[in-house]
Design a protein around this ligand. Structure first.
Ligand code: GLV
Ligand code: MN
Ligand code: MN
Length: 405
């Protein structure tokens, strides 16, 4: 029953999109404002006192927790990538609300809160996990100068949204006010499905780094002979293929998802090409070792083609291990659903939990998604898996409550 409600709510949130055809919901947009209001209303129905924080996250605390006891946070995010599915992040928020609803009258040794983060994906401003980093005390005012693809600064977007840009940092929770953070999320990979499991325990979230890489050559007429060309796009193309080869050899997932060329004309040799690189690995050391090999190759290509290379890092996060006690709680939660031997997974995908790890212990519960497909409209989950996820997260909270008594 509650799983049916979660799926219906995910369908409803999916209608709040900047695109008519496909889902796009970025930080500090009118779409976010609408889903924040809806999520706050659902939190209130679930017996939570709901409020928007200074960073445009929506928080909800059980009405009965009207004291300053430290809280266990349950959460995930409501923003999306362009062309998203309807469950990445959203499922975790909706499952958390169901669990809070079920536990509204439970006698717990800690307060219980739900948090719906406003920016995990970094779709609009490039930097990622802005909502969760603000809550965890990692907000930097220098981010106010970041711009979106239309040149709007984060400062102006925040003001238009109704925030006070200089106050965003005060969304930070005091370290002693939180005892832990649990996040339920679709797996975004095929491993649970391949093993015939609905749920899994996350051990660690992989280290990640995002960079913008550019080659500058010379824009010239396409009549220019080969030996006189300094084609930035050919340099970028060779680099992208090299990145695939090196990253595959090293076992570090790498993605070039964005590319831009200047002057972007059919009969002009590209004088400038810029592309993104998202590089991940189970450990920061592994990620950095792979980057060292890539960097060497980027430089070799620059010299060989007579191009200037520039690299800027836009986001870096070390691996974020889930704590032993929250891993045990998630495993106990899964066992309560009838899976006696829950499987453990490393998350290659990034999550709000990575940012919250700077504040408190983290734990994550993964839910099977069809074909492992995510960041795509075909993202899908089974109703019985969602039901199991709600049961497991509730049981995990109760397990933690027993540990804290
Ligand atoms: C978010 O989905 C990420 O893994 O980048
Ligand atoms: Mn995502
Ligand atoms: Mn996500």
């Amino acid at each position: 029953m509650t799983a049916v409600r979660v799926l219906a709510r995910a369908d409803e949130l999916a209608t709040h999109s900047a695109w008519e055809d496909g889902i796009l919901r970025a930080y500090l947009t009118p779409e976010q404002s609408r889903v924040n209001a809806i999520a706050a209303a659902w939190m209130r129905e679930a017996g939570l006192r709901a409020w928007p924080d200074e960073a445009a996250n929506v928080c909800g605390r059980r009405l009965r927790d009207d004291d300053d006891r430290p809280a266990l946070l349950l959460g995930s995010h409501l923003d999306t990538v362009p062309g998203a599915g309807r469950y990445d992040g959203i499922l975790g928020v909706l499952v958390a609300i169901e669990v809070a609803d079920r536990l509204r009258d439970a006698d717990l040794p800690f307060a219980l809160e739900v948090v719906a983060f406003g920016d995990e994906e970094g779709t609009r401003f490039g930097a990622t996990l802005l909502g969760s980093r603000a809550l965890a005390g990692g907000w930097r005012d220098s981010w106010l100068d970041l711009t979106d693809p239309d040149g709007v600064t984060l400062r102006d977007a925040a003001t238009l949204f109704g925030l006070i840009p200089e106050n965003i940092a005060s969304a930070a929770r005091a370290p002693g006010s939180v005892i832990g953070y649990l996040e339920c999320h679709i797996e975004q990979g095929p491993r649970l499905e391949a093993q015939g499991r609905a749920l899994g325990v996350v051990t660690t979230i992989a280290a990640a780094e995002r960079r913008m890489i550019s080659y500058r050559g010379e824009a010239r007429h396409c009549a220019t002979p080969w030996e006189l060309r300094h084609d930035a796009l050919l340099g970028a193309s060779e680099a992208i293929i090299a990145i695939e080869r090196i990253a595959r050899d090293q076992g570090s997932p790498a993605t070039v998802g964005r590319i831009r060329v200047e002057p972007d004309a059919v009969n002009v040799i590209p004088g400038f090409a810029e592309f993104s690189l998202d590089l991940r690995d189970g450990t920061a050391a592994g990620r950095d070792a792979t980057w060292g090999l890539i960097r060497h190759e980027l430089q070799r290509i620059a010299v060989e083609r007579g191009l200037d290379l520039e690299v800027t890092s836009t986001h870096a996060a070390p691996e974020a291990p889930c704590s032993p006690s929250l891993r045990a709680a998630v495993a106990a939660g899964i066992r309560a659903t009838g899976d006696a031997d829950p499987i453990e997974l490393v998350s290659i995908a990034g999550h709000d939990a990575m940012a919250v790890a700077d504040l408190t212990e983290i734990g994550m519960l993964f839910v099977r998604c069809a074909g492992g497909i995510s960041h795509h409209a075909d993202e899908s989950v089974r109703e019985d898996d969602v039901a199991a996820a709600i049961d497991a997260l509730e049981a995990a909270v109760l397990h933690l409550a027993d540990q804290h008594r």
